[in-house]
Design a binder for this molecule. Sequence first.
Ligand code: AGP
Length: 607
Amino acid sequence: MCGIVGYVGARPVLSVLLDGLKKLEYRGYDSAGVVVLGEDLNLFKKQGKISSLESEISGLSLDGKAGIGHTRWATHGVPNDRNAHPHLDCSGKLAIVHNGIIENYRELKAELIEKGHVFSSDTDTEVVPHLIEEELSKTNDLLKAVLSSVNQLKGSFALAIIHKDFPDKIIAARVESPLVLGIGENENFLASDIPALLPYTKKIIVLENGEIALIEKSKISIFDSQGNQIQKHPKTVDWDARMIEKGGFEHFMLKEIHEQPNVLKETLEGHLDLPRRMVLLPEGPPDDLLRNLETLYITACGTAYHAGLYGKYLIEALTGLPTEVEIGSEFRYRERKFNPKSLGIVISQSGETADTLAALRRLKGEEIPIFSITNVASSSVARESDWVFHTKAGPEVAVASTKAYSAQLLSLVLFALKLSQARSGPFNPRTTELVQELQKLPVLAEATFNLEKNIQAYANRLRLLTDYFMLGRGLDFVTALEGALKLKEISYVHCEAYAAGELKHGPLALITSGKQVCLLATQRSLLPKIHSNFKEVKARGAEVLVLRFPEGEELEGDETLVIPSTSDYLSPLLAIIPLQLFAYYMAKEKGCDIDQPRNLAKSVTVE
Ligand code: AGP
């Protein structure tokens, strides 16, 4: 949940570090700091966003050919200057930055204090420089000292280490928390995530768990946890630097909402066989495995979990196959038996969410094969799965997930259709109709933006809102859950999403005069029931936004948003766009930090 960067080369080190940190600020922004290694170890760190650090040190011209930097999402130790990274050893010659949690830091800290080390922060991280200092006093070989130190650490860490007596080099180590190396021409980079590398190189090496890298400007040497040198071949990423710019939009989130029609088009590319009205899913499990499945276990977190819920509803509707879905942080601890004739489906935009990874490993521990859906091909989830569907959403920078969600939904449509084809043959009328509808989705998604002005005006009218309800039945309930999460996480409006049929079992007590409610009404077979829910809340004075297809014209709310008509099964791919826009414009009205909402980070790589 923090971002780390490192650079060795001839460019102005300070600006490379600060630019890299800005590209990673979505990973955490409680404090930031850098170290540039020149004649001296020049360390600057400050509470707050990178801009606060930058205002203190911009214009400084520091010599130096190597440096490391950090932008923090606080886990241990409140966000302040003292707890900001980088952290030093007692000599002040060694500096480190860290992403992750050192779970055994208390014991290590006590031992190190016993040996005379003096600590200056409340962080778990600070045990690392002192541990390396201790090991270095025995060997005077920095690589060996780092190796023996990291082998004593428990928990998750991506580390970058720099030392005054070992100039022009950085040592990096990784267990769980992501770390990517960028290969340049007579210069080399490291970062928590690819966007920080793209302005300089597309050639990357992903450091695996337990590996250590010695990074110099002319070469990168990689070692396993025993210190044996290993060969790794660089990969070339298919993203470019432009993709991580705002492209004229005020916020990344708005840009990424608007990218969705194209993301749907890109994700469909090569997956529809229209003449035979079938889907193609070469990335997925083989037909014979799909034919013999007795159940599916879907696990994910947050928005990805809502995509998983959609997958459940759709898979059961199209194939009848019982499908379970559970959030990773609960699934990983379940005490239960698993059906051996099953498949795990793991969904994660970043592919690095600790709870989702833990749930994936729980499934693997039960010898259940894993099909994952992720937006980062080089991620841990991708590497630990048997089959991977790589969504083509491009880098998603805003903390609030939008285009990745749409891509996940579409991936699950393709999987559900593939599953149906494998189990009951390709020409089932329901699935062939769906294939026909699928190809229209990108155009229909684009058409939903005709509602943008109405939504902006609606958000302006509700700008003083403090709480809100989103209700729906069936797939509309899934959309309500995701719409509610968007509103909560970027506009800080407390929003309850409820299965509309559940209202009378308690939550209706909250519906009083003037209460704002969004009623999703796209599931044609459930419209009569939604009408009763509409009357239920209106009778108690609620003001209702109805979101529906054109056909349900007799359902008119105080505000009505009509989305283009499509199959009930595909409505979540369209209905979510107005709700994303509503959350965005509410956050704008309230002056919230839309791309970097308080307390959150893009990838939750700690538990
Ligand atoms: C979604 O808007 C949130 N940022 C969050 O719920 C996110 O979906 C969740 O942390 C899962 O992330 P992942 O898809 O990268 O695993």
